[in-house]
Design a protein around this ligand. Sequence first.
Ligand code: 5GP
Ligand code: ZN
Length: 118
Amino acid sequence: MNKPCIFCEIAAGRMDAEVIHQDEQVVAFRDIHPQAPTHVLVIPRRHIESMTEIEAADAELIGHMHLTAKRLANELGIAESGFRSIFNFGRDAGQTVWHIHLHLMGGRSMGWPPWPGN
Ligand code: 5GP
Ligand code: ZN
């Protein structure tokens, strides 16, 4: 049997996470290893492995993930100071969980471009 996807487990409420928002389409929760004072992950409830899997019919869902990030940036007080919204896809980008997730990060200044160490 395949190992259950941890983000599907969190979305279904079978695994603990500090959930800060949920609706019919997405769940947002705090990253377990935060890389910034505010580090939240926004995931679709539906299991999608990578950007390479998305289709035209997913446009509204992907847009909703961004609108959720914008709303949370406001609520968490990082909209004015600035924030990153990042998707990592595939090996070179460092994707470690194969269920797409938007990283919402803020509360410190961040380097650019994202060479190793940034
Ligand atoms: P990726 O490297 O795939 O873009 O990001 C995966 C993120 O998921 C990492 O920042 C990691 O800390 C976070 N993460 C992995 N497992 C868990 C978990 O069980 N709970 C939570 N809240 N975050 C997790
Ligand atoms: Zn999943």
